[in-house]
Design a protein around this ligand. Sequence first.
Ligand code: SAM
Length: 231
Amino acid sequence: MTYSVSPIGFVRSCFKEKFAIPRQPQLATAARGVLELVAPFDQGDAVQGLEQVSHVWLLFLFHQALEDKPRLKVRPPRLGGNKSMGVFATRATHRPNGIGQSVVKLDKVEANRLWISGIDLLDGTPILDIKPYVPYADIIATASNEIASAAPQIIPVQWQDNALQQAQIHAQRLQEPLVELIEQCLAQDPRPAYQVPTAEREYGAQFWDLDVRWHYPEPGVIRVLEVVPAG
Ligand code: SAM
């Protein structure tokens, strides 16, 4: 039996590629985006009342990870990428039906768009549904998860002087908390756990319309090298 779903909107996100997106929402509060609603949900009626809500659940499609053949076991990056787990024990992107869910902060409600932050969503992500976060039901004080017991460890992020100046200039232009965004995302060390980078090895990712490059001058430390318009 098959069912079809269609998006109620699409996210315009600070994240233009998968690499360096936090592994869950709320890990980078400076990660912002706009959920653009599509017809018939873009006239105001569908979001009426949402201005009374601080956070929403977004149900979405991992549109850049859809696969025909469902996987039963996955290798979550969190476990170093070399240990496999049942797909339903993880939040892996490769999963039956490719459905993701994230709790995000609702910063502003307009008739045809929602301004959101704390996101872990790629630019262009199709949104299937929006539901208000309900603290009395959604907070489970006794909940536990031994596979993912704590947020990823944070590592220090340093800036080369020119890179910090570049980020500050672009932050002004974009009117976005760009320095915080870069620091919050890189502090979670996006590098695959199995890679042991030399100091010479450079990494890069696109945030908004900018290429951000960094390296690991010593183990466990990141230094941002440049923040330049994406080529
Ligand atoms: N919070 C969601 C969940 O639990 O279902 C997503 C968790 S998943 C581990 C987060 C990762 O999904 C991000 O780091 C990013 O690399 C990837 N991602 C985000 N949006 C995506 C999309 N539209 N298609 C494919 N991958 C995506």
